[in-house]
Design a protein around this ligand. Structure first.
Ligand SMILES: Cc1cc2nc3c(=O)[nH]c(=O)nc-3n(C[C@H](O)[C@H](O)[C@H](O)COP(=O)(O)OP(=O)(O)OC[C@H]3O[C@@H](n4cnc5c(N)ncnc54)[C@H](O)[C@@H]3O)c2cc1C
Length: 489
């Protein structure tokens, strides 16, 4: 069976790796991985500059979702997995140029601890009273249409909680807008809790109790003394390590770099893929490109499918890494960094204090600030020059952290600017209905699979899971190679 993989980001690489495994196990599979750019990895890219690991795209993945760490272990990168420094975890929200720490006890945007919520300066008294009264909200009927995250959060905790909590947290993850993102897709647990309990605080407390009971039972049985899981996991040498380890396992003869697929056609027995002037037959195709690219190509095969894929919105973003000599900085607040609400009117959406979040990836005596800018509300920013973008970040850092901590005349030792155009899918209201319609149309096109961040999870683990699943399903359809024992070929 010949399979084309279109897109060499983490989803496409995970698919190719799975096909290599199937080949090694004796399946009659061959593949070609088409990547438009000259490098593989898509949004995963890092470089090490004077001992400092600088992430251009993602810096880590959620530990709770196992697919990424599992793949790293399979690839022999187990010893390279680096937990986030959760002992120092503290995140700030910028409110009128001041940093206010997120109160203790926040779970998925829901305040669960009375005293920290009562004492925080993040919310006005009116919002705090409203958070208390939220406990009385009765259950909501099930089966109501999807709505925006902002509508759900506002109904429970008021507009200030949207502005200072939901919106900055989500724009830090999706580069998105809480008024557009789908509650059912982005916060499914909260939607379920609303149906079961009404009050999200009561729902979250109940879930927390159940989790504690389960954890104590399992620690009694087997897990005695196990360290708690970190929130985030990174790789010591950066996400590029994962890309390099995957590429090492692939047959170079099957990789087509700088080869954008320009056209695709469904034939009686399979597919034809056109790229760089050559047209090749395949039995199956895995689209691991962004949905907008898949939509353009698949529109010629199935117009409706193309339109559905093309209608998934994407945001663009910029990351700026600044390396400083720590001794020349003034005192920096504890913690991992800060998020900036849209109402602050700044270009920066978030900033990570990299040297605090992951220990050992920055040389001693250096500080690394990683700013995240752009997003759905400020795409035009990507047109700025590197110098202009770095200048914006330096000015905003100085205004937010204070001239004494990071003066404007303090020159960074290194500046790295990366642009990510239309890289992050936005799960808009109605996303699940759209993906169900897409799945129904894909089911009518034998040999077609979709993977990547547009469908069922924006993070690295979900992209890996979908890439591997697509490849496994197709490899299962391939016949074993006759008269060949299983093993590497
Ligand atoms: C700045 C940034 C920070 C992020 N931070 C995190 C984080 O900390 N943790 C986390 O879990 N996730 C994070 N994410 C999200 C995560 O990195 C992405 O969702 C994920 O890497 C997407 O992988 P993918 O393979 O689906 O797509 P991509 O990485 O976008 O890869 C798709 C590939 O398809 C190629 N392509 C497009 N058209 C064609 C064509 N016609 N022919 C051939 N190839 C084509 C593209 O060139 C690209 O290489 C972040 C994303 C960004 C941009």
């Amino acid at each position: 069976m010949r399979i084309a993989i279109i897109g060499g980001g983490i989803a496409g690489l995970a698919a190719a790796y799975e096909l290599e495994k199937a080949r090694a196990a004796g399946a009659d599979v061959e593949y070609a991985l088409y990547e438009a750019c000259e490098r593989l990895g898509g949004s995963l890219a890092s470089e090490t500059v004077n001992g400092a690991v600088l992430e251009q795209g993602p810096d880590s993945f959620l530990t709770e979702k196992p697919a990424a760490a599992e793949l790293c272990r399979e690839l022999g990168l187990g010893a390279e997995l680096l937990p986030s420094n959760d002992a120092a975890r503290k995140t700030y929200i910028v409110v009128r140029n001041r940093l206010i720490a997120l109160p203790d006890g926040l779970m998925f945007l829901v305040p669960t601890k009375l005293i920290p919520t009562a004492l925080t300066r993040l919310f006005s008294l009116t919002t705090k009273v409203r958070m208390g009264l939220e406990l009385l909200i009765p259950p909501r009927p099930s089966g109501l249409p999807d709505e925006a995250v902002a509508a759900l959060v506002e109904r429970h905790f008021g507009a200030e909680a949207v502005d200072r909590l939901a919106d900055p947290l989500l724009s830090g993850i999706y580069g998105g807008d809480a008024a557009q993102l789908s509650a059912r897709t982005v916060l499914p647990r909260l939607v379920e809790m609303e149906t079961q309990y009404g009050s999200l605080t009561r729902g979250m407390l109940a879930a927390h109790r159940q989790m504690r009971v389960r954890a104590s039972n399992s620690s009694k049985e087997s897990n005695r003394g196990a360290a708690p899981r970190p929130i985030f996991t990174a790789l010591r040498g950066g996400m590029q390590q994962l890309v390099d380890a995957l590429v090492d396992r692939l047959d170079p003869a099957f990789l087509r770099l700088a080869t954008p697929v320009s056209s695709i056609e469904k034939t009686t027995n399979g597919w034809r893929v056109e790229a760089a002037g050559a047209n090749e037959p395949f039995d199956a195709v895995i689209f691991a490109s962004p949905a907008w690219a898949a939509g353009t190509l698949l529109g010629k095969v199935d117009l409706e499918l193309g339109e559905e894929l093309g209608a998934i919105p994407y945001s663009s973003s910029v990351t700026v890494n600044l390396v400083y000599d720590e001794a020349r900085l003034g005192p920096l607040p504890d913690g991992f960094g800060f998020l900036v609400p849209a109402s602050e009117g700044r270009a920066m959406l978030a900033c990570t204090f990299v040297h605090r979040k992951f220990l050992g990836r920055t040389p001693p005596g250096k500080a690394v600030f990683r700013a995240f800018l752009g997003g759905i509300r400020n795409e035009a920013l990507l047109n700025g020059t590197d110098e202009a973008l770095a200048a914006i970040v330096r000015r905003e850092l100085s205004e937010i952290l204070g001239e004494k901590t990071i003066g404007l005349n303090l020159e960074p030792e290194h500046i790295q600017v990366s642009r990510w155009r239309r890289a992050m899918a936005q799960y808009a209201v109605g996303h699940q209905d759209r993906t169900a319609r897409i799945a129904a149309r894909v089911a009518n096109l034998p040999g077609l699979r979709l993977a990547g961040n547009a469908y069922d999870g924006i993070g690295i683990p979900d992209c890996i899971r979908l890439g591997r699943k697509a490849a496994k399903e197709l490899a299962a359809l391939a016949a074993p190679v006759p008269n060949l024992p299983p093993g590497p070929r």
